[in-house]
Design a protein around this ligand. Structure first.
Ligand SMILES: [Zn+2]
Length: 297
């Protein structure tokens, strides 16, 4: 992202800075001038704007006023709220120029915002095609927020699946979660919770022992204390709470956690038989995790 910003800076410096023309958009053929927030000027064809932007099409359909007589402002300059990198990105796309690098949220979010504002479906579709690439997928929560914001259903489902490695309750996610609409937020929390709770319930069903009353050794029939299993169950659920993907439960979890080691070595105090079948336990847990829902509904 830093490189991208530097690129933009150098482009702008090639022109005359604020008030000068962006080098890619300085052709005198253009009949309209757009000015960025920093007053970098972009000369383009009004035909391009009219055919690629519902907003400009509507604007040009109105009777055109003569420009305000404000001295040094060229008559056809339209100043917009977007900064120069955003305006450059947008205009590159609608003018058929090489598109900018769209691999950071700080680049694509303002472009999407502007594309929506100016009713430009072209740039919107270009960004949409690129959001499922690795650099942007690496922040699935932000991708989920964007996909929900713009109604991209497939991308929202996919992003929700990628959030399963995240602990939504971690403070660093608060800012992104605050950008979500209520439905999108609840769906995501429900997905994460459903995975944890489904596994939790499964751990109370056979072949697992549950907390309902006393249990006896399957070999000698004497009463057995199952606290090692209860402790392991707790550790498994806490792991699912912090990382609902559950990929760390079977490995390293059930192989290496102290609570797991204690379980696998627990024996009946009367007949010395091992209490828990490690292979069966791991298989059932793995199968349960594999069947959990992976995306929002
Ligand atoms: Zn026994």
């Amino acid at each position: 992202m830093q490189a991208e910003q530097d690129d933009h800076k150098s482009d702008i410096e090639l022109s005359n800075g604020p008030g000068g023309f962006h080098p890619l958009f300085s052709s005198p053929d253009g009949d309209v001038v757009l000015g960025s927030k920093e007053r970098v000027l972009f000369r383009v064809h009004s035909y391009t704007l009219k055919t690629t932007s519902g907003w400009f099409r509507a604007m040009y359909s109105l009777p055109q006023k003569s420009a305000a007589a404000s001295g040094d402002v060229p008559p056809d300059t339209i100043y917009v709220d977007e900064d120069a990198p955003t305006l450059e990105g947008l205009l590159r796309m609608v003018c058929g120029l090489p598109i900018p690098r769209l691999d950071a949220y700080d680049v694509i979010e303002p472009i999407l915002h502007a594309a929506e504002k100016y009713d430009m479906s072209g740039p919107m579709s270009i960004v949409r095609a690129l959001v499922v690439t690795p650099p942007l997928l690496s922040d699935p929560l932000r991708l989920y927020a964007i996909a929900c914001r713009y109604g991209w259903q497939d991308e929202a489902l996919m992003a929700s699946r990628y959030t399963l490695t995240l602990d939504l309750h971690a403070p660093e996610h608060r800012g992104t979660l605050q950008k979500l609409g209520t439905d999108a937020l609840l769906s995501l929390f429900q997905l994460h919770r459903t995975r944890r709770e489904t596994l939790r319930r499964r751990l109370d069903d056979p072949p697992f022992v549950n907390d309902g009353g006393d249990t006896s050794c399957s070999n000698c029939g004497s009463l057995v204390d199952y606290h090692t299993w209860r402790e392991l169950k707790y550790v498994i659920i806490m792991e699912m709470d912090g990382r609902p993907l559950g990929d760390t439960v079977c490995s390293p979890g059930l192989l290496e956690w102290p609570a797991a080691r204690a379980c696998w070595s627990a024996k009946c105090i009367n007949c010395d038989r091992v209490l828990y079948d490690k292979t069966l336990t791991m298989r059932v847990i793995r199968e349960c995790i594999e069947q959990l829902p992976t995306t929002i509904e």
